[in-house]
Design a protein around this ligand. Structure first.
Ligand code: FAD
Ligand code: SIN
Length: 530
């Protein structure tokens, strides 16, 4: 046990948000990054479609802002949207300077320029990408730069809880961390702590997210006293491969951007019957259309069909999707592919300003964990990576400025394990994981109702009790830490969804199918009032 470990800045998370921040802070600061598995394993690595940015002369910042706001169902914060969208070009240039190689095309005058693809909700081609492996290209380039930097790295270390002062105003002084290699817990002190822990897709049975997406940052922040907003707006990606052995294979929206068609099992095209933009409508509309057709027809899945495009075109633009489908016996270039929607992205999270600052002193939150007001009730495709980059840059500047004005380390406590023993009932934890994810999928999914939310509430309350008992009695393990966080996140989703008695963006309830001006504001939850 060692509690003499202190950093100027401790960043929890090694995705696009965490690594961009780490690489943007001044070298003079002592900085470390925590990652709960390996440095590369995160949602960023699996991002496919790309990053939205205004690049083409025929496009404009105003159009990108307008598309984002329209997609966000009336809840986007206009100043946030403007701030982030304006920095699109800069972010792409920054990534290129770090070695990310984006897909190019030859212009009419023979120049090499960025190839731009199209995705749902966008009125122009403005998605910069590296074929359909954009996240891998970004993460690999950032990791390679990171390894050459002086920033410290703790892989296989999972943050358990924030260490905060009890006095008001609350201040964060560091983190309790479990080293998964030896199951030892230690406290790490920091002048500034940053949550860059990504989303929480694992709260649902079916998700496009990797295993690390368990909402740890949101749950830790909530327990510490942070305000959280818009947790009911969970985005379901319309097209994930339907196959019993495919855990989370997303088929990028850019497939529809390049002409992919949604079909019922009888071959009929249906998306245009639900929205004038058809297959390229915002995700809430497409996922709800698929869900409705599946329930109406009793189908397990519908189909995505791009087989009218040439094999060469598909292999060149979508190597990831092509190879992924082949692994499960489907040929994207010659047959329609079975797909279902799956939980994909959290529009809500820890409330921050445009510098990533939370309501707790010295605690920041950036990337998918944060809620800046960019996405409102529904995120437009490819706006997430952009937000990660812009908030990492702006928080880096704010943190450097703050630390420049002098701040001191605070002595932090050791973790107390004196009252706990080794658990002999691991099976309880794995059963509870399974139950939680099924309850959320069945009752708090794409289509909700008041009675489904009530059912979910009763089960989640029981799970909360069981986990609190477990947590107080047994030694910490990473799956228990994650389960506790997932249950906390589920609780926040249900509370927020129950409060919003209307349908808007990603929140659709059968009891209130229309939107209602009364709810034309964020759902703000405050632990002080809980
Ligand atoms: P992540 O990249 O998820 O990183 C989170 C990090 O936090 C991980 O390193 C993890 O280990 C660490 N962590 C979490 N909890 C703890 C803890 N308790 N202790 C220590 N470390 C912890 N968005 C787009 O804009 N364009 C796309 O094309 C796109 N495609 C996507 C495709 C897929 C399949 C998925 C899943 C998402 C996609 N998204 C896309 C969304 C986007 O990828 C994510 O929102 C974004 O990458 C989140 O980045 P992040 O840095 O906030 O978090
Ligand atoms: C995709 O490629 O379809 C995912 C894009 C996103 O989530 O923004």
């Amino acid at each position: 046990m060692n509690n003499e470990e202190y950093y100027d800045v401790l960043i929890i998370g090694s995705g696009a948000a965490g690594l961009t921040l780490a690489l943007s802070l001044p070298d003079s600061l002592k900085v470390a990054v925590l990652s709960k598995t390996t440095i590369e394993e995160n949602a960023t690595f699996y991002a496919q479609g790309g990053i939205s940015a205004v690049i083409d002369d025929s496009d404009s910042i105003a159009a990108h802002v307008e598309d984002t706001v329209r997609t966000g169902g009336g809840l986007c914060k206009p100043e946030t949207v403007q701030f982030i969208v304006e920095r699109g070009r800069e972010s792409i240039d920054w990534l290129s300077s770090k070695g990310v190689s984006f897909s190019k095309r030859r212009s009419k005058s023979g120049r090499q320029e960025l190839h731009l693809t199209q995705e749902g909700g966008h009125s122009a081609r403005r998605v910069v990408h590296a074929a359909d492996k954009t996240g891998e290209a970004i993460e690999n380039a950032l990791v390679s730069r990171f390894r050459k930097s002086s920033v410290g790295l703790f892989e296989n270390h999972i943050a358990i809880d924030l260490i905060c002062s009890h006095s008001l105003p609350k201040r964060c002084d560091g983190v309790f961390v479990l080293d998964k290699s030896n199951n030892q817990i230690r406290s790490i002190g920091a002048k500034i702590t940053v949550l860059a822990t990504g989303g929480a897709g694992k709260v649902y049975l079916y998700t496009s997210n990797p295993d690390v997406s368990t909402g740890d940052g949101i749950a830790m922040a909530w327990r510490a006293g942070c305000r959280v907003a818009n947790m009911e707006f969970v985005q379901f990606h319309p097209t994930c491969l339907y196959h019993p052995d495919a855990k989370s294979l997303l088929l990028t929206e850019a497939l529809r951007g390049e002409g992919g068609i949604l079909r019922l099992p009888n071959g009929r095209r249906f998306a245009e019957g639900y929205h004038p933009m058809g297959e390229l409508a915002p995700r809430d509309a497409v996922a709800q259309a698929i869900d409705t057709e599946m329930k109406k027809g009793g189908y397990d899945h519908v189909y995505l069909d791009i087989s009218h495009k040439s094999e060469d075109f598909i292999k060149k633009h979508f190597p990831n999707a092509y190879e992924g489908c082949l692994r499960f016996g489907f040929d994207l270039s010659s047959q329609p592919i079975p797909i279902v929607p799956a939980a994909h992205y959290f529009c809500g999270g820890v409330v921050t300003d445009l510098k990533g600052r939370t309501n707790i002193e010295n605690l920041y939150s950036i990337g998918e964990t944060g809620c800046t007001g960019l996405h409102g009730a529904n995120r437009m495709a490819s706006n997430s990576l952009l937000e990660c980059l812009v908030l990492a840059e702006s928080s880096a500047a704010a943190i450097a400025d703050k630390l420049d004005k002098k701040s001191t380390f605070v002595k932090i406590p050791d973790w107390d394990e004196s009252l706990v023993v080794d658990s002999e009932e691991e099976v309880v934890v794995s059963h509870n994981w399974d139950e939680l994810r099924r309850v959320m999928w069945n009752y708090v999914g794409i289509v909700r109702s008041s009675s489904r939310l009530q059912k979910a509430r009763r089960r989640i309350d029981l799970l909360k009790l069981e986990i609190a008992e477990f947590y107080g009695s047994y030694k910490m393990k990473s799956d228990l830490i994650e389960l506790r966080n997932l249950v906390q996140v589920a609780d926040l989703i249900i509370k927020s969804a129950t409060h919003r008695k209307e349908s808007r963006g990603l929140h659709y309830t059968l009891d209130y199918p229309e939107s209602n001006q009364k709810y034309n504001e964020d759902t703000l939850l405050d632990p002080q009032e809980d």
